[in-house]
Design a protein around this ligand. Sequence first.
Ligand code: A3P
Length: 302
Amino acid sequence: PMEKLPEGIHLSFYEGHWYRSTFMHGIIPFQQHFKAQDTDLILVTFPKSGTTWLKALAFTIANRNNYPVSESPLLTTNPHSLVYFLDFEIYGKSPILKLEDLPSPRVLATHMPHSALPTSIKDSNCRVVYLCRNPLDMFISYRHFVAKFSNKPFDPSLIEESFDMFCRGVSSYGPFWDHVLEYWKASQERQNKVLFLKYEDMKEDPISHLKVLAKFMGLPFSVEEESQGVIEEVLKLCSFDNLKDLEVNTNETNRNGHPYSMFFRKAEVGDWANYLTPSMLERMNKLMEEKFAGSGLNFKFS
Ligand code: A3P
């Protein structure tokens, strides 16, 4: 089956999940051919959950001995051009680079659901970091992103239809519930291999979460680094306020001609309240109760 988002973006249903139809060229080859290495770090998100931030943080942690923060490639390169998506950039019609050309340890990204990951990711000892975000902010973030991406003004009248689709599970990489629950369960079953993070928690306490991330990556901050303020430096470098104003992220475009500015909007918790009605909130709360029942999983909406 296929469905069409209000802006005209086609979604295809494949093995229980919805994907942008144009991404199918990469998704199947990624599933079939990717061979994970034990040293790989795979960053996973549902779209608009803070991927840009996670890419920046993980890249900086992994490369902090190669570049002092003042010379970080992030100052001149968007995080998405430092850490690529496997499912539609490394695999697909016009691959950006060859995996063989990446230095080890490799930092890679994907939006793929856990059940759809190539088996080598699950069979190897590679590490997976999953970052999720409350579905209401993520949904609104996605609506804005699709508008920018489609080169159209944001149209609030499209919210109702797309919200209904989202709640029915029809969204890029959806259903959302399955995506989050699968990684939540994987993180409980393989704690040292799958780290589960939430955007709202990271915003509330970035220092602790950066330490957790670095430790999980096998690159914990030393006592010396902590006393030198390296953690704060990394957080400042990767912060929304810093990245969004850099020349690259205000004036440059990616290889498809899309402005890097489309990855930076408000970065707030609770912006959904400016767009969604109380009945939409109620529908979402009911869905969350039903889908996450007994899992221990929940989200902060403000
Ligand atoms: P908003 O649209 O709510 O502002 P993704 O990176 O997965 O595409 O998600 C994009 C969302 O993350 C956007 O949310 C964007 O503003 C926010 N974002 C981008 N860079 C960020 C950063 N460095 N720190 C925190 N949030 C960031």
